[in-house]
Design a protein around this ligand. Structure first.
Ligand code: NAD
Ligand code: 44H
Length: 482
């Protein structure tokens, strides 16, 4: 028996007030859960129309379940075990702009539509100069959104009261501002009337936001068992931790229209989210990114096992407290509290967060999430952060794509994968070759926005670590830096 409205007796239909780009695990475990909670506890009376941004049919499977799915929240909060399973009823239906473009534009004509929410990964908020207004659909997410907003503007003759609140959740700096800039750029490129750009500026509000909740996603290993217990099949099961934080930067009136804080949800309306973002990205995401290659090569597969292991756990804690925390400008108590909470979240005994899923696009993640700590540490202390750089050496080894004779399922941009494949293919095992390989990687200026070879001592250190990992093995190599 599949989950759908025929078996869910509390099913309710809500007016579509949110257009959501993306059907992914994170949005379902975070935004749609928040909306569901507000509907149930505050009479928020809001349905979410999901738009699949990619050209695939995955989104339609949500319709087979009447938009319903089960969220499994697991963890420890205030020393209490939380193990909740909730059927989320906020999604009304899902469409795909590649097949349902007319439906998509029709949603722009609805007077009830009020919010745009998105999470299209770091690859989503990009300017594509090939996009055109006439395309059905435009290739990029901002292109699709510009067409949607223009259609709304035209349908309501520029009525200022029909503007929208735009809340992007992509994990990029100034997500709202960037999205708005691209929309304005496309509007100019498409030669849309200046009245439209005025409407964008005066009737719509683009917020910068920062999201935080660990969502490992579909519980592959335990799904059968869970479904047996629930008594129905659910293709959209999603597992996440209890902790959640949504920091929203911009005009505070939003709190009235989106009063999540009133039911105890951790949604903050702030003037500036920079410090929240830096703290979260450098500590939580930074630790995830450094632990992936080191711990995976050490034969560990999950975050929890990494933090609980004596050697790897020690390595992670040392990187955190000795090399990341000292580079952040926040009150020490606050930093220590946040750092300790992150370690606790990693230790969540009820969640299996696989390192391999975090490894996706590790090269660009290293640049945004780890490199700033390396540079800041070097600037402040006049020396190099050894643990963080060890991770870079491990990352180069990770991209050899092999652990104990087995293939590693690497997932990154084809350019990097090809580069590493060639480099490792030609490796003759000499120290000179490893140094050469490190030099090539450190010289990827488009990625690092600088030539890392120019930083005193960095190439020597990373080469030494890589040679140690290759010749002595990861365990001995780590012990040498602890
Ligand atoms: N999973 C987490 O713990 C978590 C927590 C906070 C933030 N995030 C952020 O959310 C993003 C998605 O994570 P997820 O766990 O939902 O992954 P997912 O694989 O379940 O979903 C990916 C989503 O992005 C969309 N997408 C992918 N590539 C795109 C592109 N090029 N253009 C437009 N849309 C695209 C897909 O349609 C899908 O909705 C990540 O990039 C991450 O930074 C994830
Ligand atoms: O989702 P990604 O691939 O951008 O990064 C992997 C994790 O670091 C990330 O999902 C964290 O779990 C999340 O950012 C916590 O809020």
């Amino acid at each position: 028996m599949q989950l759908n409205k025929s078996i869910y007796k509390d099913y309710l239909e809500y007016p579509e007030r949110i257009l959501q780009f993306g059907e992914g695990n994170f949005l379902r475990a975070f935004v749609d859960w928040i909306v569901d909670k507000m509907n149930k506890e505050l009479d928020f009376n809001t349905g979410v129309l999901v738009v699949g941004p990619l050209n695939n049919d995955k989104v339609y499977e949500l319709n087979d379940q009447s938009g319903l799915y089960t969220l499994l929240i697991k963890g420890i909060e205030n020393r209490k075990l939380i193990n909740e399973s909730t059927i989320i009823n906020s999604i009304t239906r899902a469409i795909n702009t590649y097949r349902d473009y007319d439906e998509y534009l029709k949603a722009a004509e609805s007077p009830e539509m009020r919010f745009i929410i998105s999470n299209t990964t770091e690859a989503g908020i990009v300017y594509d100069n090939k996009d055109k207004l006439e395309d059905r659909p435009q290739n990029s997410f901002p292109g699709k959104l510009t067409a949607f907003l223009y259609h709304r503007y035209k349908s309501f003759n520029g009525d200022l009261s029909k503007g929208l609140i735009i809340l992007p959740c992509e994990l990029i700096d100034k997500n709202g501002e960037k999205l708005k800039d691209i929309i304005i750029k496309l509007s100019q490129q498409w030669k849309l009337e200046s009245g439209f750009i005025d409407w964008i500026n005066n009737a719509n509000v683009f917020y910068n936001t920062l999201v935080d909740r660990i969502v490992p996603g579909y519980p592959t290993e335990t799904a059968d068992e869970i479904e047996k217990e629930l008594g129905y099949r659910d293709k959209f099961l999603v597992e996440g931790e209890y902790f959640h934080l949504w920091v929203i930067e911009g005009p505070k009136e939003l709190a009235k229209e989106f009063p999540a804080h009133k039911i105890g949800l951790n949604v903050l309306f702030v003037d500036d989210l920079t410090l929240y973002r830096t703290r979260k990205v450098r500590i939580l995401n930074g630790l995830h990114t450094i632990m992936v290659p080191v711990s995976y090569l050490y034969n560990i597969d999950t975050v929890k096992d990494s933090i609980n292991d004596e050697v790897i756990g020690g390595y992670i804690r040392s990187a955190l407290y000795d090399e990341i925390v000292p580079t952040l400008d926040l009150p020490q108590d606050e930093l220590n509290e946040f750092a300790a909470a992150v370690i606790d979240r990693f230790r969540n005994p009820y969640i299996k967060h696989f390192l391999i899923s975090i490894s996706l696009n590790s090269m660009s993640k290293f640049e945004t999430r780890v490199l700033p700590s390396i540079l800041e540490y070097n600037k402040r202390k006049g020396e190099l952060p050894r643990k963080l750089l060890f991770s870079l050496a491990a990352l180069i080894r990770f991209y050899k794509g092999e652990r104990n004779g087995e293939k590693i399922n690497l997932s990154d941009s084809p350019d990097y994968l090809q580069m590493f494949s060639k480099l490792w293919e030609n490796c003759d095992g000499t120290d000179e070759y490893y140094k050469y390989m490190v030099e090539i990687v450190l010289g990827l200026e488009e990625l690092w926005k600088m030539d890392l070879n120019k930083i005193d001592g960095l190439k020597v250190l990373v080469s030494r670590y890589l040679i140690n990992i290759e010749k002595k093995g990861i365990e001995e190599a780590i012990r040498e830096i602890l």
